[in-house]
Design a protein around this ligand. Sequence first.
Ligand code: KIV
Length: 254
Amino acid sequence: MNSKIAAIIARKGNVPVSELTAYDYPTARLVDEAGVDMILVGDSLGMVMLGYPDTTHVTLAHMLHHVEAVARAAKNAVVVADMPINTYNTPEQALETARALMAVGADAVKLEGGEAMEAQIRAITQAGIPVQGHIGLLPQKVKEEGGYRMHGKTDEEAAAIMRDMEAVVRAGAFSVVIECTKHAVAKAITKACPIITIGIGAGRGTCDGEVAVFHDLVGAYPWFIPSFARPKANIASEITRSVKEYIAEVQKPI
Ligand code: KIV
């Protein structure tokens, strides 16, 4: 077991775990040097880096390219690589994809789904590769599921997410992301869950840690800001201001 991951596992019930996305060398280096616990090379890169409408356009080639750059930068944080859609349809394919991501420097992989993905997660963890699960809202299924919406609103849905968590745990994952899930449900799942839960859009203090998309955190993608985002800066307006200042300077007669 990677000692950085062992240290994350030991945080259950202790100091909350911070996870942030990064997709390139300079961002990953800044985030790592600032002390974040885990860097997720998320397939959200499809939207915030590549201009696609959702994550379903992201390929393994995209992920390998970005994971390699992030891994070069991360000295302390655990680098988690998202497995893109259709790269883990069977346990064999899942293991092959996970191995490819580990070969370019990931410390762990993440894939979406609970009960339906138990065999895939088990195939990866049994090969010694750490897995972060992902339950609740699954962005790779957002088109099928009719858009981004809060999950766990009915008793049936809450029970299904609980079963998903149990499957992820049985399969040997070290942590699990709970996305856009009713806060009370995320809290109940965290209480019942023996591994680290990481919330996004699941309420403050409901999970063992939180993950955020870097661009949402620093205000670098002004065209779409999720309602649950808590921006700490407005980088987009700083970029616009700097570029305008540069243009004016270039055009100024000497
Ligand atoms: O791709 C991503 O950024 C993610 C987070 C939303 C958890 O999966």
